[in-house]
Design a protein around this ligand. Structure first.
Ligand code: ZN
Length: 119
């Protein structure tokens, strides 16, 4: 895997900042993922729907929170001049992977190793 060029790094940092603002905005918007009032007389089926939607919205919010933390950690690595290098093995993460997910901290082999370890 090659090191990032200056242009690639600049573009990735711009996407990180955009992602950061987007996630912050979504998480700050309290109308999203708001609790549905389950006592409303909306019938059994729509009640199930509402509960399911509520659970999905909550799960989505949790994912956004985790992602925001990863984005913030990535921006800290930018400050420390360590962005683009795997946090585990120190090898370049690779521009294609970072373009898809600019906040990822690990290269593919380390990510796979970590995921295997979790199981
Ligand atoms: Zn690695």
């Amino acid at each position: 895997m090659d090191e990032l060029t200056d242009e690639e790094e600049t573009a990735l940092i711009a996407s990180l900042n955009r992602l950061h603002d987007d996630l912050k905005g979504m998480l700050a918007d309290r109308s999203r993922g708001e609790v549905v009032d389950l006592d409303l007389p909306i019938g059994r089926l729509s009640r199930m729907d509402a509960m399911q939607q509520q659970a999905m919205a909550k799960a989505e919010r949790e994912l956004q929170k985790v992602r925001l933390m990863q984005v913030e950690a990535a921006l800290e690595r930018v400050d420390d001049d360590e962005y683009g290098w795997c946090c585990q093995c120190g090898e370049p993460v690779g521009v294609r992977r970072l373009t898809a997910r600019p906040e990822v901290p690990f290269c593919v082999p380390c990510q796979e190793k970590a995921e295997r370890g979790q199981r």
